[in-house]
Design a protein around this ligand. Sequence first.
Ligand SMILES: Nc1ncnc2c1ncn2[C@@H]1O[C@H](COP(=O)(O)OP(=O)(O)O)[C@@H](O)[C@H]1O
Ligand SMILES: [Mg+2]
Length: 393
Amino acid sequence: MLRNGDELRGNSGAIYKVQKRLKEGGMGVIWLAKSSKGFHVILKSPKLNGENDDIKIEKIHIENDFLSNLSHPNIVGYIDTIHHNYYEKRFIIIVMQYIEGERVKEMYWGHPASENEAMLIIVPILNAISYLHSLNIIHRDIKPENILMDGNKPVLIDFGAVRSGYKEAELVIGTPGWAAPEQLNGSAPSPQSDIYSIGALLFYMMTGKEPKTYLLEDGRLTVDPISLNRKMPRKMSEVVKKCLDVNPSFRFLTVTEIRDYLIAGENIDGVYSGVPRIIICGEVVPLVMDSYTIARDRTQGGTGLSNIEILEPGPIFYISRGPPSSGYLHLQKIGYEWFAIDINTGNGIFVLENNQWTRLEKNNPRRLNDGNQICFGYNTTQGPYMPFIYKKY
Ligand SMILES: Nc1ncnc2c1ncn2[C@@H]1O[C@H](COP(=O)(O)OP(=O)(O)O)[C@@H](O)[C@H]1O
Ligand SMILES: [Mg+2]
């Protein structure tokens, strides 16, 4: 259908030179190509072999429609659309961002993740799914082979099974062992169906085993996940069980509810087991790496809250892109405590203490206490600039 060396023109005018067939599924083929703009891209084409070709062509169309309208740091980036012919068939090929890293499937097969590793993947993926649900889109195929790592940033791919309202491709019901029972038996899929798959995904990451082995035919879980990995926090095991409830009404109600519970919830025995976190621009960012850099975006500096960016390592989310300003705030974990360090900021980093904003000494770590407010710059008439909160408990 496509051959190495083929040159295809996208709607944008860019030319894509096919380099290699990477993967072939039941419905589509994934190719690596080089854009005339100088970078690698992925081409996703329908797999035309005389079996249900028209359905596959329709399906890739729908996938293209959805992907081209999405924009989220943890969702694979849409780049372009190619209109192509093969014998008498006319169809489209999706051009998307190439993600070089490993799939979650290979990363944790037989190697359970630690709590922190799992949080680094699950929290951003929950953010991505929450974004989809806010647009009335159900993904319907959340599983470890549809999550790729772009450095240490997880990215959700494969919008071939998405559904919004009644708009969906035929023949699509999801993957047994990952999809919710109501999705597989043809009754109404809902956002709750994605929540079931999130439970299956978390089960896989925390046990290194496919949930399928432990599910009855009706989708019921037969094992307490913690019994397969004693290091798994009880709270996570409870989350998995609640997500995998066969009754959609008994699962978590929303994806953000799962996220917030994982970050801040209590264990079943009432013992607190929250992850230290900052709440910045209304986002809850769990501090699961050992250090973070928070900087202003130099290109828009000074215009308000919208230019905070969390940089490597561990960009859990970012609100704007662009080069950081030369001064920034460094958050560093030392032992069990978190410290704030002002690295050469012009306007200073301030912490609220005894109801007063006090300026940090440059390059001198300052231990943070539960509930501390921190800001970039303080002015007696204008107040704090870009404030956020550190929560330890
Ligand atoms: N953007 C991408 N970057 C890198 N690899 C990709 C990308 N998209 C897909 N792949 C690879 O191809 C596989 C199949 O792609 P996917 O979109 O999931 O198709 P299918 O609908 O056949 O499952 C993925 O599991 C992944 O290994
Ligand atoms: Mg897939």
